[in-house]
Design a protein around this ligand. Structure first.
Ligand code: AMP
Length: 222
């Protein structure tokens, strides 16, 4: 199963992708996490990406497409994956389609998580992340442990620089201009399902699972 989780920053798609990948035994491939690891290791990609991320801008398509092409070659991606944060532009969407069609494969579904801007800002600014295992917390909705250490791996939690309010407006504007056109792109391909992401973690997770139960049902009754 090859699935894209699409939506604005802060909508909760990373948290949902983590859950979904565990439930279904699929690798969770998050471009933002791959880029942050590259930055911390000071690789060529990391050095190129750093300034764009700090300003809330997108990393250039050619960098991302190269990064993801390599990631898809790892053995765990052979049977499927949940993509989180990729594609983020129409150019990336077309590159993904090319990569898939070279393997005779195709996407099964794109889940579009929708939420209004004020709620997105609140979710982003309250987010705390583990730089090591990438677990995600929220000061109100998924309270971090009192000692400020990640409950999964014990690393000190942090607020990502680009989650600070100064950068959030820029990221939302970039999303509208660059990423939102993918909604119409995938709708036209008949792949898009929209989910209202305003509920809590469990409610949204249940909406996601319902979509895939429906798909399984359609496949079985074909
Ligand atoms: P995220 O963790 O998905 O919120 O991504 C954090 C930042 O990484 C974004 O604001 C972008 O600067 C960069 N980034 C992540 N994924 C992509 C992508 N597919 N294309 C371009 N830039 C990306």
């Amino acid at each position: 199963m090859k699935v894209v989780f699409l939506g604005p920053p802060g909508v909760g798609k990373g948290t949902q992708a983590t859950r979904f990948s565990k439930n279904h035994g699929l690798p969770h491939i998050a471009t933002g996490d791959l880029l942050r690891v590259a930055i911390s290791k000071k690789t060529e990609v990391g050095l190129e990406a750093k300034a764009f991320i700090a300003k809330g801008q997108l990393v250039p398509d050619h960098v991302i497409i190269q990064l993801m092409s390599k990631r898809f070659q790892l053995p765990d991606a052979a049977l499927g994956y949940v993509l989180d944060g990729f594609p983020r532009t129409i150019t990336q969407g077309k590159a993904l389609a090319d990569i898939l069609s070279n393997d005779g494969a195709q996407l099964d579904r794109v889940i579009y998580f929708s939420l209004e801007d004020d709620a997105l800002k609140e979710r982003i600014v309250g987010r705390r992340s583990c730089p090591s295992c990438h677990s995600i917390y929220h000061l109100r909705y998924r309270t971090p442990p009192k000692d400020g250490l990640c409950g999964a791996c014990g690393t000190a939690l942090m607020q990502r620089d680009d989650d600070k309010i100064e950068t959030v407006e820029a990221r939302l504007a970039v999303y509208q201009n660059e990423t939102a056109p993918l909604i119409a792109y995938y709708k036209a391909l008949g792949l898009l399902t929209e989910i209202d992401a305003s509920g809590n973690l469990d409610e949204v997770a249940e909406l996601v699972e319902a979509v895939f139960r429906e798909i399984d049902h359609e496949v079985l009754s074909d």
